[in-house]
Write a protein that binds this ligand. Sequence first.
Ligand code: ZN
Length: 333
Amino acid sequence: MLYNQDIIDGLPVITKLDVNLLERGRIYRFMFKGADMNIGQSWYVPIMVAVGKHPGKKLLLNTGIHGDELNGIKVIQETFATLDIENMAGIVIGVLQASPNSLMHINRNWYLSTDGGDYANMNRLFPGKIDGNTAEVHAYKLWNNLWHGNVDMAIDLHAQSTDTIYPFFMYADLSIPEVRDLALKFPADQIYDDKDSLGTVEGTFDSYGIPAITLELGSPRIFEPEYIQRAIEGIYNVMLANQMIKEHHGRTAETFGTIIGNKLTSVKAEVGGYAEIFVRLGVKVKNGEKIAIQRNPFGDIIKSYEAPHDGIVASIGTGATREAGSLLVRILS
Ligand SMILES: [Zn+2]
């Protein structure tokens, strides 16, 4: 643990977390010093660490990698508000605003001021680069100074991006037994068995042998109580299965009826124009079924889209204006 003697908003600033140095039976709050801005000040990440009275597993709850995905912060706040430290074994780390730059802009991306401005998707940059750009340096610090070494299992909380929505969706590499155990503890709507998570928080933990999953909780920019409650239910299921708590009765993937798929296809706009989507989240679609159209400013249909295969709708674009490359419908099968 490295305190740099600073206090921000009454909280000690740390440059490196070592949970082994913390006292049992306490909940700590820190400001973690991340990358530096162009103006010579730092980005700080608020974190909470709940250290149970008894030794046990170390669980990371991380959120705020993408700045327009907010349900996760409420999940972590409410989880910490209900933890019974006296009867808990192990440690829960809550990282509340992993990418403060992106959250400040309410944007999926980290804004870089270099050369007049550029954007970086934080969830492609892990484990980061000590000599990279600000986003890469911040990713490096999160990975090396906050997470790695302090964590036995990781849950990274996201939502869909602005102008798109998910149900309670999850990315998890179910071929890894420990990841499968983690994933199936959640009453999610849908799980995508992913193998293409390079550079993500989830994929990086998995590659280091630490099981991780990505929860995609609903819509961007808002709080959705139903998804928040279901995520907390799953987190307590995980804690129970790992002997961190003694009792909890939550729904799981099995009892909830979670749909699991290993193929995820995004139907994206091929032209710019006004989009109309004909399907809803969670409905079944058939190969060739008409799922969306786009119109020009005069109202003429300029493009129509069909489902590329059978499946269920995992995500839809809610923004009425869509340019080429924007998501219209994502199908899981
Ligand atoms: Zn995200």
